[in-house]
Design a protein around this ligand. Structure first.
Ligand code: ZN
Ligand code: ZN
Length: 295
C-alpha cells in the first residue's frame, strides 16, 4: 500500500508541474487549443487529488458508523470528478466560441509549443511508468490511471500538430476548431465517468462474467448442499457484496451446514478480492429448482 500511496502523491506533484507548463503555454500564445489542454490538466490534478483521498477513505476498515465499509467513497469522488470535467468542457466551448468570433494571430507560438511539448513528454513518461508499475503490482486502478493519462498525451499531441498546421498554413480558424474538438472529447469522458459511478451508487449488478464466475465457484464448492438460489450481488467501490440461499437436506446438523458455508466462502475469497458474503441456509422443501444446482 505504501508504494501505491507514493505513486498517488507523485501523480499529484507531476500533475501540478504539467499544469503550470501548459498554463504558461496558453498564457504566452493566447491559443484556445492550448487553453483547453491546460484546463484538461486542471481537471487531472483535482481528479488525482480526489482519487487519492477517496482511496484512503475507502481503505478504512468497517466501523460502528459504517458497518459495510467505506467503499462508496471512491464512487463519490468519481462523480465529483465527472461533474468537474463537464464544467471544464463548458468553459472550453465558451473559450472556443469567443476565439472563433475574434480570430487573432497567435503570439510567441514557438515558446508556447515548446512549453506544451515539455509537459507532454513529462505526462507521457509518467503514464508509461504508471502502466508498467500497475502491471507489476497487479493493480488495475494504477493501469487505468496510466491509460487515462495516456489519452491526455494523445490530445496534447493533437493540439501540437494542429498548431503546427496553423503556423504552416496561416489558417487561424484551426485553433478554435481544435479547442471545440477537445471540448467534445472532455465532455464525453466526463459523462462516461459519471455514468459508471451512478450505476455503482444504484447498486448495479456486477458484470455478467463476474456473476457467472461466482455461480461456477458456488456450484463447485458446495458439495453436500442441494441447491443455491436467489443469488444477488452488487459492487460498492472495491467491495463486492454477495448473498444467496443455500438449500441443504433438512436432517443435516447446523454444524455440517455451517461447514459447507465456510468452504464456499473460502473458495470464493481465494478467487475474488474484497468480497462480503452472506449465506441463508434452508431445508430441502424450500428448493426452487431454478438456482445454481450443486455439482
Ligand atoms: Zn430460499
Ligand atoms: Zn460462520
Amino acid at each position: 500500500m505504501a508504494s501505491a500511496e507514493r505513486i498517488g502523491i507523485g501523480s499529484i506533484i507531476l500533475g501540478c508541474l504539467v499544469l503550470g507548463l501548459k498554463a504558461a503555454a496558453w498564457w504566452v500564445t493566447g491559443s484556445a487549443a492550448l487553453y483547453s489542454d491546460a484546463l484538461e490538466s486542471i481537471v487531472n490534478v483535482v481528479a488525482s487529488a480526489l482519487a487519492y483521498g477517496a482511496l484512503r477513505v475507502s481503505a478504512m476498515p468497517a466501523d460502528a458508523n459504517h458497518p459495510y465499509g467505506h467503499g462508496k467513497a471512491e464512487l463519490f469522488s468519481a462523480i465529483i470528478e465527472g461533474a468537474l470535467i463537464v464544467v471544464a468542457a463548458v468553459s472550453i466551448f465558451e473559450h472556443a466560441w469567443v476565439t472563433f468570433h475574434a480570430l487573432r494571430p497567435l503570439e510567441m507560438v514557438g515558446e508556447g509549443l515548446a512549453l506544451n511539448a515539455l509537459a507532454t513528454v513529462l505526462n507521457g513518461t509518467w503514464s508509461w511508468l504508471l502502466i508498467r508499475t500497475g502491471r507489476r503490482l497487479r493493480s488495475p486502478a494504477l493501469v487505468a490511471d496510466g491509460q487515462h493519462l495516456m489519452t491526455d498525451v494523445v490530445t496534447s499531441v493533437g493540439v501540437l500538430a494542429g498548431l503546427g498546421l496553423v503556423i504552416a498554413t496561416g489558417y487561424l480558424i484551426i485553433d478554435p476548431l481544435l479547442a471545440f474538438g477537445i471540448g467534445v472529447y472532455v465532455l464525453w469522458s466526463g459523462m462516461r465517468m459519471m455514468w459508471a459511478s451512478v450505476s455503482g451508487l444504484m447498486d448495479a449488478a456486477p458484470e455478467p462474467e463476474v456473476v457467472q464466475r461466482i455461480r461456477e465457484l458456488v456450484a463447485e464448492s458446495a458439495t453436500g448442499a442441494l441447491e443455491a438460489h436467489d443469488l444477488r450481488s452488487r459492487h460498492s467501490g472495491r467491495i463486492t457484496f454477495l448473498e444467496f440461499h443455500l438449500v441443504v437436506p433438512g436432517s443435516m446438523t447446523v454444524a455440517e451446514a455451517h461447514q459447507i458455508c465456510d468452504r464456499i466462502e473460502e473458495r470464493l475469497k481465494a478467487d475474488m478480492h474484497h468480497l462480503m458474503i452472506t449465506i441463508h441456509v434452508e431445508p430441502e422443501e424450500k428448493a426452487k429448482q431454478h438456482g445454481v444446482l450443486v455439482l
